[in-house]
Ligand binder design. Structure first.
Ligand SMILES: Nc1nc2c(c(=O)[nH]1)N[C@H]1C(S)=C(S)[C@@H](COP(=O)(O)OP(=O)(O)OC[C@H]3O[C@@H](n4cnc5c(=O)[nH]c(N)nc54)[C@H](O)[C@@H]3O)O[C@H]1N2
Ligand SMILES: Nc1nc2c(c(=O)[nH]1)N[C@H]1C(S)=C(S)[C@@H](COP(=O)(O)OP(=O)(O)OC[C@H]3O[C@@H](n4cnc5c(=O)[nH]c(N)nc54)[C@H](O)[C@@H]3O)O[C@H]1N2
Ligand code: SF4
Ligand SMILES: [Mo]
Length: 772
């Protein structure tokens, strides 16, 4: 008899609730869970293919260990023995910097990825940390760190209540949204228009999202920072800026006018290839909207001025008074976030506390640019990376110059991959540790609840019991931590979780503002529930969190502050109400969450200032020094001669980065690795639809099929990423049949947004020639 089980979808940031059909141990169907408190039944083709992805026959079932140069099936014991024999000895001989850690995108989609990498990093003590963030959203972390003192304080557009959404460099109809977790993002955009709101999309391509918009502007790629600076300039110049209540909590509003002085619409218009009138109109419309939100993603981040563009997005939200108000851009409050602390000065956010060894790239948020990984492995000298731990990462395809990285990985002394596939990256590992398919793992969205457009909490226990011979990914991580620490065999992996719990409780009970101040950590640990270490840690974070039961201490607190309906302008009198006023405390715990399998609704987003601020001043720092120092560089862009042809990426609904090309249900049709070219450019260059072209940039050349389409502006071509599955030694039978080309081979890794170390993946110059 088939049965059903609920599972939050881990395949993109929308976190839809799925109802899986299960026969035996196999997932044979997936539909949207209509009772899910957040996604209300929404599902996309990837979620619908959950079963096919889960049961992909190419998924590894056992660990692989390299013997005599070849990767061979091995037991878990043999795999961890091999790691324990290699890594601690290397650390003793060469020091902790000899170990590099690469964390890829799916870490934000697993419980293991949230709970263990920080412990692993600490256990090793290396500064050589590389993640997908420097191929993605690091500019936003940096701008939030500088503005708000917390790199994770990222405001999200209040999609369901806003009157005006200015969306740049994002295509949520295909991507389903990013740094804005919103199941059925397309439906929410349609609802915005249906209620009389306005959607403006800025994208050099006429995307499916742009097709939903009231207005679509198609500027030259890479010019968002200029456009946004001119919008801010116009607001100030035309006296349209109205920060309102934000004025009190913000420093540097006055200085902004001078800093942005040269970025008039007239000055930026040629570089953006928009008219000054279009820019002024947009600024006026933004200011006139009752509420509005500016939101930008990949196309504004992975570009030359990514940090400036990310900063300017929030400058606009602040200047228009829309930051932290319903209908504007608000800070979500996740159930596992630390409980709000009293407002006041914080530690602030520092950049460049250390630098990379070879090129001297400054660290950002403790990370070094992933684009610099290859040189850190290849370049001789003290601190060279000799051992690499790659968790859920495929940088050979996702980072610049995969061929160079490919060679570098081949030269490592030792490499571990925690990955379900033998792919372009993991094929270099000495040990591959495969996690079970998602149906066999529990799920909680530690990361995405912090970026969700509605506060809620949902937990899915494993839908299918762990198969014989499988190991839960949390246990893989725990054992990996023990193995690299020289504790393999000497300590119980569950001890890793208990140590983490003790450390958190010790800190909590010592904090003067905590309701648990002075309590016995061991007694509190004894109160935790959950069938495993990670469940106990989830229980702890829920109970200590902003909605938590605080182990019963919540009952002793004053009732949720009702001053929230205070101020004359309808805004919260925050000073009187205290941090995160108005947040009811339903007494969350794992038990409560398990009792509500469709999730618990924690209410719409609410104003959270000044409680979120951790700047040294305790205020929003609107013009931080590193930003002010970057503006002259942006000024030089006003005079740059634009390249004749630049490349941008694109995403397809039935794909996801580099690892979903192996499922027949998700491949084929329009999901192809073609080079899209505008008809005028094709004519000029002598290219034909279906023909081939050679595309060349800093990093090399690719021969690619041409698709002629007027959905992009002239001067721009588009090639998607995540392709290039033509390397030997992988086990991706479906993907290898239609390998596509690796767009990142066009890059040599030297183009970076300097403040964040993020690779420029969009808007770089290319040259095209027809091939016979
Ligand atoms: N040119 C260009 N390049 C890009 C981008 C772009 O827009 N253009 N986008 C960038 C962005 S935004 C990102 S986030 C990166 C992504 O790049 P990566 O971080 O490398 O992520 P993926 O390509 O998704 O590869 C994920 C890896 O995790 C494995 N995996 C899948 N599920 C699990 C799991 O449950 N556990 C574990 N341990 N492993 C798992 C997969 O097999 C695969 O090897 O690519 C970046 N690269
Ligand atoms: N189907 C699918 N969904 C995904 C993924 C996937 O690979 N496939 N990846 C996931 C990941 S890791 C992420 S980070 C998110 C990303 O989510 P989104 O940010 O929505 O990503 P994209 O769909 O790549 O949209 C970026 C848009 O920016 C445009 N663009 C390029 N350069 C510029 C520019 O200079 N200025 C402006 N204004 N626009 C520009 C591109 O044309 C493109 O339409 O998607 C996630 N969801
Ligand atoms: S939108 Fe994302 S979370 Fe929802 S079903 Fe599709 S892949 Fe899964
Ligand atoms: Mo990403």
């Amino acid at each position: 008899m088939p049965r059903t089980a609920l599972r939050i979808c881990p395949l993109c940031e929308a976190t839809c609730g799925l109802t899986l059909t299960i026969e035996g141990a196999a997932v044979t169907g997936a539909r949207g869970d209509r009772e899910d408190v957040f996604s209300r039944g929404f599902i996309c083709p990837k979620g619908a293919a959950f079963g096919a992805l889960d049961s992909d026959p190419d998924r590894l079932r056992t660990p692989l260990v390299r013997r005599d140069g070849r990767l061979q099936e091995a037991t878990w014991e043999e795999a961890f023995d091999a790691i324990a024999a290699a890594v601690p000895a290397m650390v003793r001989e060469y020091g902790p910097q000899a170990v590099g850690l690469v964390l890829g995108n799916p870490n934000v989609h697993t419980m293991a990825g949230a709970l263990y990498p920080p412990l692993l990093l600490k256990a090793i003590g290396t500064r050589n940390l590389f993640t997908a963030s420097t191929l993605d959203q690091m500019p936003k972390h940096v701008s939030s760190g500088l503005l708000f003192g917390d790199p994770f304080a990222i405001p999200v557009p209040d999609l369901d209540r806003t009157d005006f959404l200015l969306l740049l460099g994002a295509n949520p109809v295909e991507s389903n949204g990013s740094l804005c977790t919103a199941p059925d993002f397309p439906g929410r955009l349609k609802a915005l228009r249906a209620r009389g709101g306005t959607l403006v999309v800025v994208d050099p391509r006429r995307t499916r999202t742009a097709k939903l918009a009231d207005r679509h502007l198609a500027p030259r790629p890479g010019s968002d920072a200029l456009l946004l600076a001119a919008l801010a300039h116009t607001l100030i110049e035309e006296k349209l800026a109205a920060p309102g209540a934000l004025e009190e909590s913000t420093e540097g509003i006055g200085e902004l006018a001078t800093a942005l002085g040269s970025f008039t619409p007239e000055a930026v218009a040629p570089a953006c290839d928009l008219t000054a009138a279009e820019i002024r109109t947009l600024a006026r419309d933004l200011a006139a909207a009752p509420t509005a939100a500016v939101y930008a993603r990949i196309g504004s981040c992975t570009v030359e001025y990514g940090t400036l563009a990310s900063w300017l997005v929030d400058v606009l939200n602040i200047l228009t008074g829309n930051l932290d108000r319903p209908g504007g851009a608000l800070f979500p409050l996740s159930a596992t976030a630390p409980a709000p602390r009293p407002p006041g000065p914080g530690k602030g956010f520092a950049l460049g506390r250390w630098a990379s060894r070879v090129s001297g790239h400054p660290e950002a948020k403790g990370e070094l640019p992933t684009a610099a990984l290859a040189e850190e492995i290849e370049t001789e000298g003290e601190g060279r990376i000799r051992v690499l731990l790659a968790i859920a990462a495929n940088p050979v395809l996702s980072a610049p110059d995969g061929d160079r990285l490919d060679r570098a990985l081949a030269g490592l002394d030792f490499m571990v991959s925690v990955d379900p596939y033998l792919n372009e990256t993991s094929r270099h590992a000495h040990v591959v540790l495969p996690p079970p398919p998602p149906s066999q793992s529990g799920h909680f969205d530690f990361a995405f609840n912090g970026f969700a457009v509605h506060n809620q909490a949902r937990y899915s226990p494993a839908a299918v019991p762990l198969e014989e011979g499988r190991m839960d990914e949390c246990e893989i991580h725990s054992r990996l931590i023990l193995a690299v620490s020289g504790l393999h065999g000497a300590a119980d992996p569950a001890g890793v979780d208990e140590l983490a719990i003790q450390a958190t409780l010790a800190k909590e009970t010592a904090a003067p503002h905590s309701p648990l101040h002075g309590q016995d950590p061991a007694r509190l640990a004894g109160l935790l529930t959950g069938g495993s270490g990670p469940e106990r840690r989830l229980d702890l974070l829920l109970r200590l969190g902003p909605y938590g039961d605080r182990f019963g201490a919540a009952a002793a607190e004053p009732p949720p502050n009702t001053a929230a309906d205070g101020g004359a302008d309808g805004r919260v009198d925050r000073a009187a109400a205290g941090p995160d006023a108005g947040v009811a405390v339903p007494g969350l715990s794992l038990e409560r969450l398990l009792a509500e399998p469709h999730g618990i609704d924690l209410g719409p987003l609410e104003p959270r200032l000044p409680g979120v601020l951790k700047t040294r001043s305790g205020r929003i720092e609107l013009l931080p020094d590193p930003i002010a120092a970057e503006l002259p560089r942006l000024r030089t862009a006003l005079a740059d001669r634009p390249a004749a042809l630049v490349l941008v990426g694109r995403r397809h609904l039935r794909s996801n980065n580099s690892w979903m090309h192996n499922v027949p249900a998700l491949t084929g049709g329009s999901n192809r690795c073609t080079l899209q070219v505008h008809p005028q450019d094709a004519d000029r260059l002598g290219l034909t639809d279906g023909g081939r072209a050679r595309i060349t940039a800093d990093g090399g050349s690719l021969d690619v099929p041409v698709e002629i389409t007027d959905t992009l502006r002239t001067g721009v071509v588009s090639l998607p990423h995540g392709w290039g599955h033509d390397r030997a030694g992988t086990r991706l039978s479906v993907a290898a049949a239609t390998p596509g080309a690796n767009v990142n081979q066009l890059l040599d890794g030297t183009r970076l947004d300097p403040l964040s170390g993020t690779a420029v993946l969009n808007g770089f110059p290319v040259v095209l020639t027809p091939l016979p």
